[in-house]
Design a protein around this ligand. Structure first.
Ligand code: ADP
Ligand code: MG
Length: 333
């Protein structure tokens, strides 16, 4: 179900082109023939619930795991069988903080620079620049082990940029990070993208993808089920009206009566005694409010919601939105 084809001859090659990528672990087909492209300079969101195959895909693309099948090209050159040779092109921020706890922030970055063979003087410049850019200069002399999660994640992103890669992979960069740090990380990623770095980001936070990404691919059970520009996905959802009602009682017992009485609307119960009313036509509120009141459910509040990627995701995948957005506590799969 890929909507966008590869560019023709003469056009800029994609930053990353993946075709038929597959990986099986014993009885699990973790990645099941994934095809997608990432364009140069874009923020590409790789969305899917826990266990969908996001981390495995990043590992396959960066040489940390070996694909069973498929091809991988970076910036127009095939690297399928020689991913080591592509290491200078990309940086990777894994889904945990993986630097040395006993080294300071600055020493960790200098160590990464040395791994890439960057000379001392140049390394020092880059490290100071990154520490400043990521708001960590004040903590540069502290042991990494003493960093908060948010600071740690920022240092991991800085470490992945020491060799100035053209493409940055981030695996759930804001999962388990407090709100101010998560916001700061998103701001930094947007800044990197504005400076021309291509960003490949996995997330199960739909709002994050909506805010940050130019295009997204939805992955479910190792398969890409949709790939498109965020704007285009939202355009398709814009002719839909969504009204969320706050009730004083749980809506579930009334659902079948509502669907029967108002068949042109879709009714979706939500947590917290909320009920969504979805329609492609203008919604008249008085009749359902009266209908609910007659059955002992008072409507305390009604508000119109903007269509979001969440609806698109639910529509495209048939997955309950809760599977994605209930993860907000910061669990990781
Ligand atoms: N090393 C492994 N051995 C066995 N199964 C694995 C391994 N890594 C991942 N899996 C399985 O592959 C599937 C995809 O996992 P993963 O790529 O981590 O998903 P995501 O990052 O989207 O949560 C899951 O069913 C997971 O349990
Ligand atoms: Mg993962």
């Amino acid at each position: 179900m890929i909507e966008e084809s590869q560019p023709g001859p003469g056009e800029t090659p994609p930053a990353l082109a993946v075709s038929g990528l597959a990986k099986r672990f014993d009885d699990v087909q973790a990645v099941d023939g994934a095809d997608f492209i990432v364009r140069p300079g874009e923020v590409f969101g790789f969305l899917g619930p826990n266990g969908a195959g996001k981390t495995t895909t990043i590992k396959l693309l960066t040489g940390l795991a070996r694909p069973d099948a498929g091809s991988i090209a970076y910036f127009g050159a095939d690297f399928t069988r020689r991913l080591k040779a592509a290491q200078h092109l990309f940086g990777v921020v894994a889904d945990g903080n993986n630097l040395y706890p006993e080294l300071t922030g600055r020493e960790n970055l200098e160590f990464c620079a040395a791994l890439y063979g960057i000379g001392r003087a140049e390394a020092r410049n880059r490290v100071e620049e990154l520490l400043e850019r990521f708001g960590l200069d004040y903590a540069a002399g502290r042991r990494f082990g003493g960093y908060s999660r948010g600071m740690g994640r920022r240092l991991c992103i800085a470490a992945a940029l020491v060799h100035r890669p053209r493409l940055l992979f981030l695996d759930e960069p804001t999962t388990g990070i407090d709100v101010p740090n998560a916001r700061e990380i998103r701001r930094m990623l947007a800044g990197l993208a504005a400076d021309g770095t291509t960003i490949f980001l996995t997330t199960h936070y739909i709002e994050e993808a909506e805010r940050l990404c130019d295009r997204v691919a939805f992955i479910v059970a190792g398969r890409i089920v949709r790939q498109a520009a965020v704007e285009k996905l939202l355009d398709g959802a814009r002719d839909r009206r969504i009204i969320e009602l706050q009730l004083d009682t749980a809506p579930e017992p009334l659902l079948s009566a509502l669907s029967e009485h108002f068949p042109t609307n879709r009714w979706e119960p939500r947590a917290g005694k909320r009920l969504r009313l979805i329609s492609t036509a203008e919604i008249e509120l008085a009749p359902p409010v009266a209908f609910l009141a007659e059955r002992g459910a008072a409507v305390l509040e009604a508000r119109r919601l903007r269509p979001s990627l969440e609806e698109v995701f639910v529509e495209v995948t048939g997955l309950a939105a809760e599977r994605l957005s209930a993860e907000k506590g910061g669990r990781r799969g």
